[in-house]
Design a protein around this ligand. Structure first.
Ligand SMILES: [Zn+2]
Length: 311
């Protein structure tokens, strides 16, 4: 489950660490104006070669990101809400090894536009710096996200809600796996934005086009994507969920294997699920079992702090 995949066709090698593979394909195929991501500075040369091969424009951020010391994170957590990307912005000339943002497009103007409106919250001089909502809108258009989803995302931010929870609540009827954005950055996904609902027509249309384009070139990759998008997920927070290789039966997931979609710091939490094979979810708690033995109870902060999402 979620083993990295390096299709020969695209000349992708492990050191490139292209967790966003489907988005690269979408830009190459002209299905998306631009994409952005983070890469370690040491992998930049490889990425540059890749872009050259496919005639893509590549530009990078004017700063790099380094890991913040734990004490700073703790201090910030008490004062302000931590951003989903927990990094400190420093000049490119900083001697520490760091990550850089890249912006890729077929037409150079689209990469420039994406960089101009890029909106991740960052830690600068010990404070969390957010960008304005106007940038969120412009960035969404620069990335080719559907307007309905951009509109809903802004509103979700204003209301300080978890976009996954919001989309879940607002989905009436059957959920479409084409809208499953949970595994974004983990190789097997089609949607790299927060859909307004898990039946968003515009998102489904875009993802269908992308899956069709991928299938034409690499049927194995297309199959892997579809398989992973249909797995059951336990959603804890916006950037923390767990995918299970298993089946849902009466509010329970019976599983053989599980996979963390979250920060490396969430590993301790994730370990509670490893080597077990069943979880039971209620409004108040998550119970974790190995066969019939109850081994762990996690108290939920609210009903949506741990809910099952299955497409
Ligand atoms: Zn939408």
């Amino acid at each position: 489950m979620f083993e990295p995949y390096y299709p020969n066709k695209w000349g992708i090698t492990p050191e490139m660490d292209l967790g966003q593979l489907p988005m690269f394909i979408a830009v190459i195929k002209g299905l998306k104006p631009a994409m952005t991501g983070v890469i370690n500075q040491d992998s930049y040369t490889k990425l540059k070669e890749f872009c050259k091969k496919f005639n893509l424009s590549l530009i990078i951020s004017d700063y790099k990101l380094i890991n913040p010391p734990e004490e700073l994170l703790k201090e910030l957590k008490q004062k302000q809400k931590l951003p989903t990307t927990r990094n400190i912005c420093v000049p490119l000339s900083n001697p520490n090894n760091g990550n850089i943002y890249f912006y890729i497009s077929r037409e150079e103007k689209d990469a420039i536009n994406a960089k101009k409106f890029h909106w991740e919250n960052q830690i600068i001089n010990g404070r969390i710096v957010s960008t304005s909502f106007v940038d969120h809108i412009n960035f969404g258009y620069a990335m080719g996200y559907p307007d309905c989803c951009i509109k809903k995302f802004i509103n979700t931010l204003l209301m300080r809600l978890n976009p996954t929870e919001r989309a879940f609540i607002e989905t009436k009827g059957k959920f479409s796996f084409y809208t499953n954005n949970l595994p974004m950055d983990h190789y097997y996904f089609l949607t790299h934005h927060h859909p307004c609902s898990f039946r968003c027509k515009k998102t489904i249309k875009k993802s269908k086009e992308l899956l069709k384009a991928i299938k034409e070139d690499d049927e194995i990759l297309a199959k892997k994507i579809e398989y992973h998008l249909k797995l059951p997920f336990l959603v804890m927070e916006e950037k923390l969920s767990i995918a299970f290789q298993g089946k849902i039966k009466n509010e329970e997931i019976y599983y053989k294997n599980c996979y963390l979609i979250g920060n490396p710091t969430d590993k301790l939490f994730f370990n509670k699920f490893k080597w077990r094979n069943r979880i039971r979810i209620t409004d108040e708690e998550i119970k974790i079992y190995k066969n019939d033995f109850l081994l762990e109870i996690i108290n939920k902060k609210n009903k949506f702090n741990g809910f099952i999402l299955k497409f």
